[in-house]
Ligand binder design. Structure first.
Ligand code: OSB
Ligand code: MG
Length: 380
């Protein structure tokens, strides 16, 4: 990344929005069912009126990550924004340097990603360049896929996959859990042949004999990867499992830092990392993980609103991202997104990367306000 310094460090205000947007279809994983998209949006404005939007795409309960919308709000208002305010008062402009000092606040990666992403967006507006230019995007369009939750029946699963394939999505990920794994995968192979297929267990398995038997059977279906089969913080167990399976293991929940990503790949605990900027503390850390591990990373999703979705599109337009990600079109999640135009996937499974300045879209502030549970403005 070549632009690292805010051009104007006179910050006027930061606004936070706790958003709740109904999903068009419930999303069921091994840890629960989501019917509403949650998260905290960050709007930063400088003295010249330039505005940067960021998103912390965190869930309302700690089923996926220890963080929640409430902890993100608390850490932002009580610790991160006050620390950032002192950095601004001291005249700091270098974003990675500021991020380094945020390490005084341990963990809370989703909270950090919310504020951090607003700074990159602000910088792109101040410089009048695309956020893609800030993030080092080189691709004009990105290949992408869709993550399909656990369904009530096999028939429903098959018809959902049929629908997404007909819309152009080329890579299908299905959520699995014990009892919903080998049979759905076998059925998908029967129905759709050799499509790009992968599974995500969200930590629902252990190394017990029964679970191992199911995981070993999955090895026969030429899956692109098995995402986070085992306990959220048990990297060693994944090392043991990767030695048994031919299918690449991809880590999601286990990875919260650049160091954990590098370690897991280097030690052979996985072959692929799902980079979620929220989970690793932001887009700069996502860039570092990608640049250390080119070709072994892809960009995951947290049901982002249009704002986080645009950030995600720009970062995965970097060349290190060679595997299609979980960034689907806006209509896969929402009746109306909070950006205009919404994100669309073409009939060949690609999303165009905008080139106009900033996020490349218009942010619909009144739609955001309609969907906000809480709103707070912090004056600098
Ligand atoms: O495990 O990748 C996951 C969504 C919420 C929480 C965890 C996960 C997911 C997804 C959806 O798989 C990806 C998306 O479409 O945004
Ligand atoms: Mg996952």
């Amino acid at each position: 990344m070549k632009y690292l310094e805010l051009k104007n460090d006179k910050i006027k205000s930061i606004e936070l929005f706790d958003i709740r947007i109904p999903l068009v279809h419930p999303f069921t994983t091994s840890f629960g069912t989501e019917t509403v998209k949650t998260g905290v949006l960050v709007r930063i404005e400088d003295s010249q009126g330039y505005v940067g939007w960021g998103e912390s795409s965190v869930m309302a309960d700690p089923g996926y990550s220890p963080e929640t919308t409430e902890t993100v709000w608390y850490i932002l208002t009580e610790f991160l924004i006050p620390l950032f305010k002192t950095q601004i008062k001291m005249g700091k402009t270098n974003i990675p340097e500021m991020l380094g000092e945020w390490e005084k606040i341990r963990g809370h990666e989703f909270a950090k990603a919310g504020l951090e992403s607003s700074l990159w967006a602000l910088l792109s507006e101040q410089l009048g360049v695309s956020l893609g230019e800030i993030y080092g995007a080189t691709k004009e369009r990105i290949p992408t896929g869709v993550s399909i939750g656990i369904q009530k029946s096999l028939d429903e699963l098959i018809s959902r996959i049929e629908m997404f394939l007909s819309q152009g999505y080329k890579r299908i990920k299905i959520k699995i859990r014990p009892g919903w794994d080998v049979v759905p995968v076998q059925k998908i192979r029967e129905e759709f042949g050799d499509i790009l297929l992968m599974v995500d267990a969200n930590s629902a398995y252990s190394l017990s004999e029964q679970h191992l038997e199911a995981l070993k059977k999955l090895d026969d279906y030429n899956l692109m990867m098995i995402e986070q089969p085992l306990r959220h913080d048990d990297i060693l167990a994944h090392c043991k499992l990767q030695k048994i399976l031919n299918t690449p293991i991809c880590l999601d929940e286990s990875i919260h830092s650049v160091e954990q990503a590098d370690l897991s790949l280097e030690m052979g605990c996985c072959k692929i990392i799902n980079i979620k900027p929220g989970r690793v503390g932001g887009y700069y850390n996502s860039f570092l993980i990608a640049s250390h591990n080119s070709g072994k990373v892809w960009l995951g999703g947290m049901l982002e609103s249009g704002i986080g979705r645009m950030h995600n599109i720009f970062i995965q337009a970097r060349e290190e991202f060679k595997i299609p990600g979980d960034t689907s079109g806006s209509d896969r999640y929402f009746k109306k997104d909070i950006i205009e135009p919404p994100v669309t996937v073409d009939e060949t499974g690609y999303i165009e990367v905008p080139r106009s300045p900033g996020l490349g879209i218009e942010v619909l502030e009144d739609v955001i306000k309609q969907h906000s549970l809480k709103h707070e403005k912090i004056i600098f």
